[in-house]
Design a protein around this ligand. Structure first.
Ligand code: CU
Length: 130
């Protein structure tokens, strides 16, 4: 008789945790935050502005549709220029003072990079997606 009671008790205890295990957060793990609405993450069409501020291109990467004209505007008092380091090899801009602009139109999908030819650590890129 004692044996029977004991195994019954063990059986009950074993069942309880199983029943409580209903929600096993599958799908919670590895969930990535949604793409931010930060500038540059959404394809643009038409004209895409890029500002030069404090020796940085902002946004540093722009994602655009083919045919988009990317216009860079120098917001610094320092002189910058735009040197296209992509296969497009657009001729280097003139030295741009504050408020000066320079545009490159990107016709074909691909990844394109440019730098400031004066401050070569200043890098920007344009992602052209169909
Ligand atoms: Cu510069």
């Amino acid at each position: 008789m004692r044996r029977f009671h004991r195994s019954l008790l063990v059986g009950l205890v074993a069942v309880l945790p199983l029943g409580a295990c209903g929600k096993d957060g599958k799908g919670d793990q590895g969930a990535k935050p949604p793409p931010s609405s930060a500038q540059g993450s959404v394809p643009l069409s038409g004209d895409a502005p890029v500002d030069i501020v404090n020796f940085e291109f902002k946004p540093q990467t722009v994602t655009v549709k083919p045919g988009t004209k990317v216009t860079l505007t120098n917001g610094d008092t320092a002189i910058h220029d735009i040197k296209d380091t992509s296969p497009l090899a657009t001729p280097v801009s003139t030295e741009m003072g504050k408020g000066a602009t320079f545009s490159i139109t990107y016709a074909q999908p691909g990844s394109y990079s440019y730098i400031c030819g004066i401050h070569t650590y200043m890098k920007g890129s344009v992602e052209v997606v169909p």
